[in-house]
Design a protein around this ligand. Sequence first.
Ligand code: ADP
Length: 403
Amino acid sequence: MTGTRVLVLNSGSSSLKYQLLDMRDSSRLAAGLVERIGEQTSRLKHTPMAAGGDAREADGPIADHDAALKAVAQELARDGLGLDSPDLAAIGHRVVHGGMFFTEPTVIDDAVIAEIERLIPVAPLHNPANLTGIRTARALRPDLPQVAVFDTAFHTTMPESAARYAIDPRIADRHRIRRYGFHGTSHAYVSRATAELLGKAPEDVNVIVLHLGNGASASAVRGGRCVDTSMGLTPLEGLVMGTRSGDLDPAVIFHLARVGGMSMDEIDTLLNKRSGLFGLCGDNDMREIRRRIDEGDEAAALAFDIYVHRLKKYIGAYYAVLGTVDAVAFTAGVGENAAPVREAAVAGLESLGLAVDPGRNAVRGDRPRIVSPDSARVAVAVVPTDEELEIATQTYALVGKNT
Ligand code: ADP
């Protein structure tokens, strides 16, 4: 392997996010996003970090992912970072669902693509979009190693007691129903970074990671290995999220169908897109919710309380699963920025050794930091996640090993 650059691609159904990193120092050379692919109003936003200068935006129709990646390649070439450069060592792809099969990052070949395709029934929205990105990138640079990094992989270490639902295993196995978990790349990165922040090896610490973005999930990580996580067969289970309900009595679904007369598609949309914070109060952005609470808005206050109550239940549950806890790490948009969420989530848990120091919790920053008092038995930490860096690191390590 001669190159030191890795292109990370995160291909959604109508979007393509990318970052180009130099693995000598993990620096970001360029990053960007193509939105609304397939529409008349597509937009490419490109930030040339290495070349300096402002972000560039281009509006106009981009027909498909192939055209999107070509447009990205053109932007990179303008900065002297073309995808035909020998400095490019590999492309790393985020793939949402790797099922039980993919426990590690994997070099992509035809068999790997076929397996990702086989998983489409359990990830109907995400895996087809991820595959489009893979196919497009392979067509552009067929000679280059491409690696799939799976959102589910970190959770494949969960014991059966945590991964199985209490339903007939024959039915579960036939339909591949089990708890897979998602956001694994972030949980892996943040649990390791938390150990580092504590000055310990990952094997020596137990961490509860709370990834609170628009999607949100918690995980219990014992000695660097995931032993439980809050998302399940799909990213709908667990915490209250921006637009997803999280945990729910499954009978709510029967009730909505039988009594409410809703179709399965309508219920799916309700629970995935019109629930959570948005469903409760009409806003899914925590900044807006806090602003409304400050103005005395009751619906926003109740949405916040429901969100935090669920979070606290998961902290308690994962404390029990782990037995001893060294740190609770908050990450992603809400976890990194919303001090009131962190404060409320651990309020009253002093007997578990959990507390935040109000002064430390109020300080903003983009570095990992501890926000609990020095006297606390368990560290409460804010650890910014970096899924792209983690995908690039795993991709580069695997490609380096194979050449
Ligand atoms: P995604 O899941 O889309 O990757 P992010 O991790 O970027 O999401 O988180 C996005 C969410 O983070 C926003 O919807 C908003 O609720 C929250 N957020 C971002 N900045 C702040 C802030 N300064 N204060 C509170 N919440 C914030």
